[in-house]
Design a protein around this ligand. Sequence first.
Ligand code: ZN
Ligand code: ZN
Length: 292
Amino acid sequence: MFTDLHIHTLHSDGKLGVKETIDIAHARNIKTLSITDHDSIAGVGEAIGYSKSLGISCISGIELSCRNELSCVAFPQDVSIHILAYNIDYNHEELFNTLNQYHAIRKQILRELLQHLIKNDLDINYEDIYIVAGNQMRIQDVVNHINSCFMSHDKKEQCIAIAEGYYPKLFFQDYSLQRALQLIKNAGGLSVLAHPFFSYRDYDIEQNSFQNVSNLLDCLCDMGLDGIEAFYPTFTIGKSNFLYEEARNRDLFLTAGSDFHGTALRKTMMDFKIEQIAETVSLLNDVNRYSQ
Ligand SMILES: [Zn+2]
Ligand SMILES: [Zn+2]
């Protein structure tokens, strides 16, 4: 049975809507999936309903943007760490309010950035900025807009530097790891460290060393982490084996996800069998409160 537990749609930075995305999964014979949009549960209800009509089991999910706020944890503090959650109550009030607040503050910071750019003689509008994927604007979208619309503006470089200077303000809104794991638990979900060998700085990927992954897992396990995404398209067999061992030693479950975005670089789903996650899939399906 094919399973893909890490899929994005238009509700975050994916290119396709929920139905279009699930149609692709259906065509590829995927029988269990989870729509895990960044910091959004907006597509989950539709995903569950539509999957059901196609005979697919849909596990409620989300991917939270987090940061390591503890200086005692030997892991970088300036990168975004992604935590997946499964089987969350997607109508949970605390989760719903927390996500709304997260997006409202991000939007406010981006509007402040635009005001800052306007003061620097850039005639720029929030609504005119093209979001490269999905509906969540990032600093890179603002930089792209400056580069394409103000090519010969004499303050172009200065304005790009101003925009990039706002990255830490946005990043600071990411949930602390502790807060994220607690929120997932409160919403009845299970937490999983996403693509452990990668962190993000806006759109830029940062590689994590084996040692840093271990350090991060030490701290996450103390906080009650449930699983590790051990199978991911760009992981080598060596990396997956390392994560497999880490999971076994720490009594964590294993997941597999494609991180499908419907974009040129991330358009393949996990349409092949991964024996090692069979236990996880049956566990998730057994406790799935939403597809019955
Ligand atoms: Zn991610
Ligand atoms: Zn993702």
